[in-house]
Write a protein that binds this ligand. Structure first.
Ligand code: NAD
Length: 284
């Protein structure tokens, strides 16, 4: 089985590492923050327990086995020789560009790079790498182990071989690929950030409470989660960063970020991951 290097051990990186390890891949999970790495094994144990309860497909997962396939490290050099890199660091173009510069000497000819970004152009990030044909977007959905598809994003330079291998990789994780072309936000986030942002504006304007807005989506439209529950799950900082990317890229005022969202992030109310967002979470 191939080895997967997962960079960024936040909300998405831990989920991707668990999913890959549960499917038999050896995983190296890397983060530049030593505190994040120190708590990652405990977080992963907690997440595996949660996924086991939530999905029959995960019912037989064993945290010890999954953790036994994951190595943790801060040094990018440890990723030399991996078959796939899945990059999940913060949604910040400059930070991602710096990381791809640092990866120049780590990735070999056969290393494929999957960018798990919400909105940033795959083409732009690939252009800063020596082998842009090996770079593809794999936009995993949150929570990764529970959802059935990933958006595979074809950048300007992405080769057909890389697309095929990405589809195979996604299939090996038990998911279906939906291949789309590169444009900021792709399909999923170009749409979803509009409704999450507008839902925040409804709270901002005093039209309705978060519970009412989410109830209309769940009871009225049959969605599994409402837009503000979704924003809390993603992380409000990531939602704000993504809206900023969409606004900058399209120069379209429809992506202007709701001031209430910015204020909540400034106050440290980041959603589930901080225990408080539009809702309060006891066990985050
Ligand atoms: P997060 O803030 O939870 O985690 C980001 C992690 O990256 C942090 O642990 C941070 O320490 C680490 N990091 C930052 N810079 C780094 C660097 N240079 N080297 C190594 N580690 C670094 O963010 P997240 O929600 O996991 O999102 C990660 C990426 O996935 C973003 O691009 C986001 O847009 C995308 N994404 C998020 C979701 C979601 O629902 N949260 C869904 C799909 C895609």
């Amino acid at each position: 089985m191939a080895t997967v290097g997962v960079i960024g051990a936040g909300v998405m990186g831990k989920d991707v590492a668990i999913t890959c390890a549960a499917k038999g891949y050896d995983v190296i999970l890397s983060d530049h923050d030593s505190d994040v790495l120190a708590t990652a094994p405990r977080d992963i144990r907690h997440l595996v327990r949660k996924f086991r309860m939530m999905s029959p497909a995960a019912a037989a997962w064993k945290a010890d086995e999954i953790l036994g396939r994951i190595r943790f490290g801060a040094d990018l050099g440890d990723l030399a020789g991996v078959d796939w890199i899945v990059e999940n660091i913060v949604e910040d173009l400059a930070a991602k560009e710096r990381l791809y510069l640092d990866l120049r000497d780590v990735c070999g000819e056969s290393t494929k790079i999957a960018v798990n970004t919400s909105c940033i152009s795959i083409t732009k990030l690939a252009a800063g790498t020596p082998r842009p044909h090996n770079v593809v977007g794999i936009h995993f959905m949150n929570p990764v182990p529970l959802l059935e598809c990933a958006e595979v994003v074809r950048g300007y330079h992405t080769s057909e071989d890389t697309i095929k291998q990405a589809e195979e990789f996604v299939r090996s994780l038990g998911k279906q690929s939906i291949v789309v072309n590169d444009m900021p936000g792709f399909v999923s986030n170009r749409l979803s950030h509009l409704f999450m942002n507008e839902a925040a504006f409804l709270v901002h304007d005093g039209v309705a409470e978060p519970e009412q807005i989410d109830a209309i989506f769940k009871l009225g439209y049959g969605h599994r989660m409402g837009p503000l529950e979704t924003a809390d799950l993603i992380g409000l900082d990531t939602v704000v960063d993504s809206l900023n990317v969409l606004y900058a890229e399209f120069q379209d005022s429809k992506f202007r970020c709701c001031p209430t969202l910015k204020k909540m992030v400034a106050a440290g109310r980041l959603g589930r991951k901080s225990g408080q967002g539009f809702y309060t979470y006891a066990n985050h």
